[in-house]
Write a protein that binds this ligand. Structure first.
Ligand SMILES: [Zn+2]
Ligand SMILES: [Zn+2]
Length: 454
């Protein structure tokens, strides 16, 4: 097994070596992904090849219209397409909120056959939800390598001031022009890199799930993501200099992360505790009217926060665990319910508990997990030993002038401490944090982030 990524003469990505007989259900990669130089004039040809029609709404904001939207519209119009531009004007940054979603919806007519999003996260998600609701296909033209959500099928949105996630659709065609990507400011590029670095945590957590709970861990998806992240770490100077090679490496890593979502139909290969924590910051900060950091930037910082827990656990002596003592200190079901509502709010907490009914463990199950960890500790250590040294990750982020601490991202201290405790509770997905908790060690490991709760 060896995953290989190549491009045909149209700059369309082809991936071979994805045959796999792991326990996960696999889906074919049936979307067209184009990465290359000078691709904007070729978009009409790409759309024709896919037969999406000739009548579209093109969504952009002021900035993405300037860097690419206008040229895409010209290329399409010259080629005989009918284009209704929906350029969203805002004083500050455009948000994926009710107003933006409504503007796109009202630009769609009965004649509209497909949508085009020219932008990064916000524009793409605003278009994605409309594509899903109107059952129209959509094309994504990326303008910044800032996050791994281009190929996602979920739309994070703002509804009445609250952060929500809605099931949506993946674009039929993704076009990333390397010259356009290089116009993105370094902070957005650093954000994309932060999002990618988190994949080391996602991989380790997935492998722990396999060891402790017999979860199916897909070697193809792991290889696809790890290969891309390793190349990125080795070429950070190219990325910082925004060379063609650097932009290709970064966008490839971000898109391959998305490809694993297409293959196994979930985000296991690309998101774990580091994403839970980052999303928690965003959710609470939006609720409080604070401006959250860029998605990838906060994933980068939370990756640095959780990484030392892995290193520490690898040096743990699990024979010191006193099972009777752990049993006597177990959280009661009633207290856990209070904790979930305290952390995620009345509605959010209840919903998470409904969707993850197995998260409150019986003692028998907790004991089984502890004993499995003790028996298979060498394998756990090998998973952690396969992670690169934390210093290497920090060096990558320093080269990109990335934000490195929660302080630089203006995460309130109380929120930081709470997030370190409740990030693991966001869903059943297995993480090192869950294992540490099951071993009765969480308070000890989080001594630097005290958050007493009675
Ligand atoms: Zn992400
Ligand atoms: Zn597989």
């Amino acid at each position: 097994m060896s995953v290989k990524v190549s491009y045909d003469q149209d700059c369309r990505m082809t991936i071979t070596g994805v045959d796999c007989d792991c326990g996960c259900e696999h889906h074919a990669i049936d979307k067209d992904i184009y990465i290359g130089k000078d691709l904007l004039p070729r978009i009409p040809e790409y759309i024709r090849k896919r037969g999406l029609g000739t009548n579209c709404v093109l969504v952009a904001d002021d900035n993405t219209w300037r860097v690419a939207g206008e040229r895409v519209e010209e290329a399409l119009t010259e080629s005989g397409f009918t284009v209704v531009p929906c350029v969203i004007h805002r004083e500050g940054d455009m948000l994926p909120d009710d107003l933006s979603c409504g503007e796109v919806l009202l630009s769609i007519t009965r004649e509209t056959e497909f949508l085009i999003a020219v932008g990064s996260g916000t524009v793409t998600d605003t278009t994605r939800i409309n594509a899903e609701r109107t059952k129209l296909p959509f094309v994504s033209v990326g303008t910044a390598p800032s996050m791994d959500g281009y190929a996602s099928a979920v739309a994070p949105l703002l509804h009445r001031g609250l952060k929500i996630q809605r099931p949506a659709v993946c674009p039929e065609i993704i076009v990333c022009d390397l010259d356009v990507l290089a116009t993105a400011p370094l902070s957005m590029i650093a954000s994309g890199v932060g999002d990618v670095l988190g994949k080391y945590i996602a991989k380790a957590d997935w492998q722990l799930g396999e060891i402790i709970n017999g979860e199916s861990c897909c070697p193809v998806c792991v290889e696809m993501v790890t290969g891309a992240v390793n190349v990125l770490v080795d070429n950070v100077d190219e990325i910082a200099a925004k060379t063609e090679k650097g932009m290709r490496i970064l966008i490839e890593a971000l898109l391959l992360a998305g490809v694993t979502i297409m293959i196994i139909d979930n985000t296991r290969a690309v998101a774990s505790i580091e994403h839970n924590i980052a999303q928690y910051w965003e959710m609470i900060m939006v609720q409080k009217g604070l401006e959250p950091p860029m998605h990838g930037a906060s994933v980068g910082v939370s990756t640095l926060l959780v990484w030392p827990m892995f290193e520490r656990f690898a040096k743990e002596d699990l024979s010191r665990l006193d099972l009777e003592n752990i049993k006597s200190r177990r959280i009661s079901r009633e207290k856990r319910e209070r904790w979930m509502r305290h952390s995620y709010g009345e509605e959010g907490g209840s919903q998470i508990m409904r969707e993850n009914p197995g998260d409150f463990l019986t003692w028998e199950e907790q004991e089984r997990r502890i004993r499995t960890a003790q028996a298979r500790f060498d394998e756990i250590k090998a998973v952690i030993a396969a992670m690169p040294p934390l210093e290497r990750i920090k060096a990558v982020m320093t080269t990109l002038h990335a934000e490195m601490t929660p302080g630089e991202e203006h995460i309130p201290d109380d929120l930081l401490r709470r997030s370190m405790h409740c990030g693991k509770d966001y869903r059943t997905r297995y993480t090192l944090f869950k294992l540490i908790d099951e071993c009765g060690l969480l308070e000890e490991y989080l001594a630097d982030y005290p958050y007493p709760f009675e």
